[in-house]
Design a protein around this ligand. Structure first.
Ligand SMILES: Cc1cc2nc3c(=O)[nH]c(=O)nc-3n(C[C@H](O)[C@H](O)[C@H](O)COP(=O)(O)O)c2cc1C
Length: 163
């Protein structure tokens, strides 16, 4: 078992793609957060927006225990300017057992969504030591290498990851 965990929720695969690249770069374990409900199709999209606007925390089917890890890197798609609802649920449920937190998000626009990381910090009960925001198109075009290196370097400076 590694001492860093990368965990994420992904509806359409881009957050997962970035998560797996980060896990590989950091030599971390990689475990998805799986939602209980479906977010497929237009109905799922609307449900996602609504849950985000309402700050809902729907049940999640699975998520790794962060307790044994000294750093947990949590990834979320941006939904209505906030972290996707299943990530909210995971952080609320497991936040107290997180020893060190870093966070990343993927959005359609690539804008800096401070609300995403503010919400994640509040739910986890601690600020992330480093954050990373990318646009979906950057991730899908494999244009995230420099950003991943920068993120890993910030974690290293914070004493949380190998160079
Ligand atoms: C319910 C929902 C709400 C979204 N809201 C935003 C948003 O507020 N701003 C934005 O830039 N992208 C928004 N998006 C786009 C996603 O953030 C983007 O497609 C992201 O890459 C999806 O990650 P995934 O492929 O891991 O599911 C939204 C997507 C969904 C499904």
């Amino acid at each position: 078992m590694a001492d860093i965990l990368v965990t994420w929720f992904s509806r359409s695969g881009s957050t997962e793609r970035l998560a797996r690249a980060l896990a590989q770069r950091l030599g971390a374990d990689a475990e998805p957060i799986l939602a209980s409900g479906s977010y497929a199709g237009a109905t799922g999209f609307v449900r996602g927006v609504w849950q985000s606007l309402q700050r809902r925390m729907p049940p999640v089917r699975s998520g790794a225990d962060p307790g044994p890890y000294r750093l947990v890197v949590v990834g979320a798609p941006v939904w209505a300017g906030r972290p996707a609802a299943p990530v909210r649920s995971y952080l609320r449920q497991h936040g107290p057992r997180i020893q060190g937190l870093a966070a990343f998000c993927v959005s359609g626009s690539g804008a800096a969504y401070d609300g995403v990381f503010d919400d994640m910090a509040e739910l986890a009960g601690r600020r992330p030591i480093a954050t990373l925001s990318l646009a979906q198109r950057q991730v899908l075009a494999d244009e995230a290498d420099a950003a991943i290196e920068g993120f890993a370097a910030r974690l290293h400076e914070a004493g949380a990851a190998a160079a």
